[in-house]
Design a protein around this ligand. Structure first.
Ligand SMILES: [Cu+2]
Length: 140
């Protein structure tokens, strides 16, 4: 008599059965901000990069829980494909896999630089929607 009820119930149960990091994150609107260096700054090396995330818990990469992630820095290089695992052992890609929220770039050369911060899950795949921030700065 009221065919919409079973359909609604089915939809609700399906949603309840499929919790995912992506859904949890979409609800909370996770964000990351590079708090230092300030975008456009001119400074001397070494350069300490500090990060602040909201709406996602920053944890070690060994912590396999939805709603969590760890920071990655792309230094003077583009972000790798967003559905792929962020590779290790690649120049300019830094995993803060112990849950750190800062990292010192101790060998930056004088000149312009760009750092992109990306939060990824324990599989090192960027969270969706992307949790990303970029700063550009000049090293004297
Ligand atoms: Cu990683």
């Amino acid at each position: 008599m009221r065919p919409w009820i079973p359909r609604l119930v089915l939809a609700l149960s399906a949603a309840a059965l499929l919790p995912s990091a992506a859904q949890a994150q979409a609800r909370t609107g996770a964000k990351v901000r590079i708090t230092a260096p300030v975008n456009g700054a001119t400074l001397h090396g070494p350069v300490k990069v500090t990060l602040k995330a909201t709406g996602v818990e920053i944890v070690p990469a060994t912590d396999e829980r939805p709603g969590t992630g760890h920071h990655h820095l792309f230094v003077d290089r583009d972000v790798t494909p967003v559905n792929d695992t962020i590779p290790r052992g690649v120049t300019g890609i830094i995993h803060l896999g112990r849950g750190q929220t800062e990292f010192v770039l101790d060998s930056v050369k004088p000149g312009p630089h760009r750092v992109i911060a990306v939060v990824a899950d324990w599989k090192h795949v960027p969270l969706k929607p992307l949790v990303v921030d970029t700063v550009r700065f000049m090293v004297k």
